[in-house]
Design a protein around this ligand. Structure first.
Ligand SMILES: [Zn+2]
Length: 292
């Protein structure tokens, strides 16, 4: 099974960072409409992980997604990275996000993805917070080495049960492929922009389980320039030197020109399900368990 997920935060972050405008929000609305239309045409349901701030400041966007029959999951409250929070801050962030989203759509939120997959060895307690917040399905595990978070010895490449300190969560990890000797993601974020579509499809056809993950603003050209020093530092929690901001800018903009159309071609030619459907399709009695 191929899972299809989207992370939705761009409207609220554009507003919070001061470059939001009616034209900008309409642009995001337009891309979202194209995604919802192709999913209807293909008969697929996706999981859309939305931030709590989206539910508070752009509730119509979250309700539109929900109203078209897709699963709304939680993508933190403000899109701050979990590995940069204390346990108490992460607990408060998750509570605020789940409350806002549940109030917005009038339904329980069951699925979660951390911003930038920032649950790793240093903050395993995040799983406990998720379970205590009513989350039963998580999609935050990057089962390889990476800059932020990551579990390089996770050992599973398919749906599994994560056990930590007495709690259990159904985990849907990112799928990876071995490229130049290194396990790496390929069907989401900058990796999806980097690899040719043929490569992505070939990897997908050879696997029983894959996980695609997209942010609209990862896929479209945006003439935003460098992030201001203060914004950069408050988000990435690293010095906002000119060099750091330029490197981040190029990483975030590589291959953007045709990326959205590339994603649309992927959706048009492969079959997908969301986390809710994948949960029902999985025999959890037989699923492997990973104790962290
Ligand atoms: Zn995100």
């Amino acid at each position: 099974m191929n899972l299809l997920t989207f992370d939705i935060e761009e409207w609220a972050l554009a507003k919070a960072r001061g470059y939001g405008s009616a034209a900008k929000y309409a642009e995001y609305d337009g891309y979202l409409a194209r995604i919802l239309d192709i999913l209807d045409e293909r008969g697929f349901k996706g999981t859309f992980f939305c931030t709590g701030m989206m539910a508070e400041t752009f509730p119509e966007v979250v309700r539109l997604i929900h109203g078209r029959g897709h699963e709304v999951g939680c993508h933190s409250h403000r899109h701050d990275w979990l590995n940069r929070m204390t346990e108490a801050e992460a607990r408060e962030d998750t509570r605020a996000a789940v409350d806002a989203l549940e109030q917005c759509i009038g339904q329980k939120i069951k699925s979660y993805r951390a911003p930038a997959f920032t649950i790793g060895k240093s903050n395993k307690w995040a799983f406990e917070i998720l379970a205590q917040s009513g989350i039963t399905r998580d999609a935050s595990v990057y089962p390889a080495e990476r800059d932020f978070g990551g579990f390089e010895n996770f050992g599973q490449k398919k749906p599994c049960l994560v056990e930590y300190n007495g709690i259990k969560l159904k985990e849907f990890p990112v799928c990876t492929a071995k490229v130049l000797g290194k396990e790496t993601a390929y069907s989401g974020g900058g990796f999806f922009r980097f690899f040719p579509l043929g490569f992505v499809k070939k990897q997908m056809s050879g696997c029983d389980y894959t996980m695609s993950y997209f942010h609209i603003w990862d896929l479209i050209p945006e003439s935003r320039g460098l992030l201001p020093k203060e914004t950069f530092e408050s988000y990435y929690k690293t010095p906002g030197t000119f060099k750091n901001r330029v490197v981040r800018y190029f990483k975030s903009n590589l291959g953007k020109k045709r990326a959205f159309d590339k994603m649309m071609r992927l959706i048009a030619t492969e079959s997908f399900v969301n986390l809710e459907q994948a949960d029902r399709m999985t025999d959890w009695e037989q699923a492997p368990s990973v104790t962290l």
